[in-house]
Design a protein around this ligand. Structure first.
Ligand SMILES: Nc1nc2c(ncn2[C@@H]2O[C@H](COP(=O)(O)OP(=O)(O)O)[C@@H](O)[C@H]2O)c(=O)[nH]1
Ligand SMILES: [Mg+2]
Length: 470
């Protein structure tokens, strides 16, 4: 099967490289407001799982189309000869600096590449483009015209008329903002310009769609795990030397908040990596937590285990509560002999014994009082985290590699209000269970991940800046 190859050609600065970057999903394509940034042809293959689905060739823009066409017109008057004239033009001018751009951009077409002609639909049509279009027609290669909307003005109707005389297929395609579906539609259009490319491009679309589904699944899993981790997270610090809760509370809360911010950011960058973004900058308001929802509590800890953890693990143990207290009072040698298993058995009574704090094993305090901040009890908390994660995911999924600025993440409250009652109920049940548990069972996260994946595909979410939003 032949790999479809497309040369992206046009006037300088019309978004050719941006289209290549978007369709090849490559951040490394040079895009610049300065015309003449692309001086050499460069191939960008779209490879998934080792298979090259199609190849895009970024080319420099036309420089002297009119002069080139004049030369060509002097060579022949017959349309059958035209592709040969193009060939001899390139052969005779390949070392002529005046036509360096024309020679480069025409070479892929001579080698069988399809032609994607790019214009800026926000600028009016001008005659200077006719020479370009005429030259491209002379190549005899299958071609398609893309109207890229760089600015706000809209001359696309004018352009459609002009382009329609030279190209069988004319599409409006915004290189910067084309979402997944638009990219897929464009690839299918590429498949229409030459019969033998239809099948490989339909296959490419199937592979891209499967990959897209896989990316959503992975992202949903990561988001579910993050929500679980954030909901159950807490920070502890042992109180030493007569410290009061107030002494360490502020620092502990700050640490707790910072931990949550880090967890969320890790989630975002993991999702970005799934979508082939490695160097994205993010602008976002950090997750806002209400301090009144942040419980601080004093607990006992032993060997770094909290009372609750000790009780949970020790319920099967057999040692009597009284015996353990005796051991504790008796001193550390006995304690070591009795072993942790014996201790745990009676821990519920034992942890109330203040004196344990003073016993040291190998110079370290055995247990003591500690202050815990978190986990977050506010019932809206997981929804806030989920809403932000879904929004971020949507922005990444819809982003193109031609966008080089930061991701701007701003979440208006109530964004998730449109979740259907049924899935909201299910989410609430999941969150309620998660709130109660210290360790999350994998099946709980599986269910949450499925829910999140469903939400990703639902229309419940609109990225800011999308047309539906005022
Ligand atoms: N707003 C907007 N800017 C674009 C779009 N396509 C290209 N640009 C900008 O136009 C400039 C030229 O783009 P580039 O892809 O390098 O054009 P080329 O010279 O034809 O390869 C760059 O500053 C791009 O960021 C678009 O669809 N929308
Ligand atoms: Mg370029």
């Amino acid at each position: 099967m032949t790999t479809p190859v497309f040369a992206i050609v046009g006037h300088p600065n019309k978004g050719k490289s941006s289209i290549v970057s978007t369709l090849a999903r490559d951040e490394s394509v040079g895009i610049s407001p300065l015309p003449g940034t692309t001086v050499e042809n460069r191939e960008y293959p779209m490879i998934i799982d080792g298979e090259t689905l199609y190849i895009l060739v970024d080319t420099p823009g036309f420089q002297r189309a009119r002069a080139a066409l004049e030369w060509m017109q002097q060579q022949t008057s017959s349309s059958v000869d035209r592709p040969d004239v193009i060939r001899s033009f390139v052969e005779q001018h390949h070392s002529d600096p005046r036509f360096a751009a024309e020679c480069r951009l025409l070479t892929p077409a001579l080698e069988g590449a399809g032609i994607l002609y790019v214009v800026d639909g926000s600028r009016p049509f001008g005659e200077e483009y006719e020479a370009e279009m005429e030259i491209l027609r002379w190549t005899g290669q299958p071609s398609l015209a893309l109207i890229n909307m760089i600015g706000d003005a809209d001359y696309s109707a004018q352009w459609s008329n002009a382009l329609g005389q030279y190209f069988r297929i004319v599409r409006v395609f915004d290189a910067m903002t084309a979402d997944f579906d638009k990219r897929i539609q464009l690839l299918l259009a590429f498949g229409q310009i030459r019969e033998e490319w239809r099948e490989p491009l339909e296959k490419a679309v199937r592979i891209l769609e499967a990959e897209q589904a896989q990316r959503r699944k992975l992202s949903a899993r990561i988001i579910a795990e993050t929500i679980g981790a954030m909901m159950t997270h807490s920070c502890q610090r042992r109180l030493v030397g007569g410290e009061t809760d107030q002494d360490i509370l502020e620092a502990l809360r700050a640490k707790y908040r910072q931990d949550l911010v880090s967890m969320e950011q890790k989630c975002s960058s993991d999702v970005e990596r799934i979508y082939d973004y490695r160097y994205l900058e993010r602008h976002e308001a950090v997750v806002r937590l209400l301090d009144e929802d942040l419980f601080a509590k004093r607990t006992w800890n032993l060997f770094g285990l909290t009372k609750q953890q000790l009780i949970a693990t020790g319920s099967a143990g057999g040692a009597a509560a009284g015996g353990v207290i005796d051991i504790a009072v008796g001193g550390h040698s006995l304690l070591l002999g009795a072993g942790i298993g014996a201790l745990i058995g009676g821990v519920s009574a034992w942890v109330s014994a203040d004196r344990v704090a003073e016993i040291k094993v190998l110079g370290l305090p055995l247990g003591g009082q500690e202050l815990t901040v978190g986990p977050m009890r506010n019932i809206n908390f997981p929804y806030v985290v989920l809403g932000r994660a879904l929004l971020h995911h949507k922005m990444i999924e819809d982003r193109t590699h031609a966008q080089r600025g930061p991701v701007e993440l701003t979440l208006q409250s109530g964004r998730l209000q449109s979740i259907e009652t049924a899935s909201r109920k299910q989410l609430e049940k999941l969150f309620a269970t998660m709130r109660k548990r210290e360790a999350l069972k994998p099946d709980l996260l599986d269910t949450l991940a499925e829910q999140i994946e469903a939400l990703m595909s639902s229309a419940a979410l609109a990225a800011p800046g999308s047309p539906v939003e005022a």
